[in-house]
Design a binder for this molecule. Sequence first.
Ligand SMILES: NC(=O)c1ccc[n+]([C@@H]2O[C@H](COP(=O)([O-])OP(=O)(O)OC[C@H]3O[C@@H](n4cnc5c(N)ncnc54)[C@H](O)[C@@H]3O)[C@@H](O)[C@H]2O)c1
Length: 478
Amino acid sequence: MLTSRRSFLRTATLATSALSASRVMGANDRIRVASIGLGGQGRGNAGRIASVPGVELAMLCDPDTAALDQAKSSHPGATTVQDLRKVIDAKDIDAVVVSTGNYWHVLAALWACQAGKDVYVEKPISHNIWEGRQLVQAARKYKRIVQGGTQQRSCPVQAEIKAFLDSGKLGKVKWVRCNHYSIRPSIGKRAATLAPPTTCDYHLWLGPAQDLPILREKFHYDWHWNWNTGNGELGNWGPHILDDLRNIVFRDKITLPRRVMAGGGRLGLGDAGETPNTHFVYYDTGDVPVIMDVHNLPRARDVKANDFYRRRRSSAFLIIECENGYYAGGRGGGKAYDAAGKEIAGFSGDGGKGHAANFIEAMRSGKSSDLNAEIEQIHYSSAWCHLGNIAYRLGRNSGFEQAKASLKDLEQWQEVTGDCEAHLAANQITLQPGDLQVSPLLEIDPARETFTGASATPEALALLRREYRKGFEVPEAL
Ligand SMILES: NC(=O)c1ccc[n+]([C@@H]2O[C@H](COP(=O)([O-])OP(=O)(O)OC[C@H]3O[C@@H](n4cnc5c(N)ncnc54)[C@H](O)[C@@H]3O)[C@@H](O)[C@H]2O)c1
């Protein structure tokens, strides 16, 4: 009771301070930024934002003092705090960069919006679809500039690829395959819960997530592979690749797919992870079909090389199949091939190195339309990943014959299930009952961002959101 009253008061106070804290940035005003979350990506983001002219990296925040010390050595002038609520309450901080684990993204970003600060938030911008929409609403209500961390949206190559597709050289798009293939070993399986590092304030680290036993071996980073804190590999790489898809192929016109179906398993590991390491998804977009395929097993057993797709051997890829050839590309650019497989065009990018600068430019102009990765678009791209995960989690025990039969007329589904079967055979994995799970085809109402018809089961609807730990609830009403 006390906690909820305190959090009510906090929301009320923050809502008032939004008006006083926000200020319109002039072209020469110094912008004071706090970097929240200082693991691998957070330290990189801190460096990138600090190097934008006119920015002062004024505060560093992480519940783990070891991460704080490491970041402070690169930014000695910045104040350090363990509790991000101190950042939210700091009146002289204009913007925050949120690079925590996924489960903290929305609450940290939303509190910052309420306090009148602008936000750069890492991908996936949410841990579930409902809270992602809450963040978009908060950005609108508090009139904040909120940029999602899919930095390739700031890479000039994306416009070049769009122009090439528009030139008609490849003809019409027929379908799209999105792949991410890499190798991730077991995260271990402990008998007793892992003690957090002594340098880390666990209560602050946990925030909105549930206090569940941690049975993996490594505390940081491997939160990705438990549903309580992470969104698996689809939620890790998917936001980049599916954001490229939505931007380059659909020009942001398709918000969410109309139907989704997924299959996969966590195979060959026997560890404490819950998210699939083998995951294939079909998205019915109402336009061309889209397949996403994710593997974390090697190309073959005992081979230290990523799996590969017939069109191109690389880890993160968008393959756009067209009438007269195809485009295959990653974050750094790609190549176009004609129907005979001959390369006809090449594209190379800068990896989106101007993304932090684009955020600061939009802060100065005060126009969210100046952002290359405005929060609503990245909410949608993150939601595609959540839908693929929900479908997997609703899956039932299946074999490949059954999986293939469930979409027997969809050539691309036949291809991806066939690829997966061959991939598991190459890894000498024999499926046991329960190893492979495949979902039904789930119907989505894109406007309401929910399941519809027979797919709107209590189980499915529950996965659109989460139970928040007391004191760290994403507010229902803003
Ligand atoms: N855009 C990209 O290319 C890219 C690349 C890598 C990671 N990421 C994203 O960045 C995020 C961080 O990834 P990572 O690899 O650095 O993970 P990580 O586990 O190494 O680091 C996360 C850090 O956040 C800290 N943290 C946890 N709770 C916090 C809180 N309440 N306040 C402040 N800090 C808190 C942790 O202590 C840890 O230091 C993830 O969401 C990931 O998806 C994006």
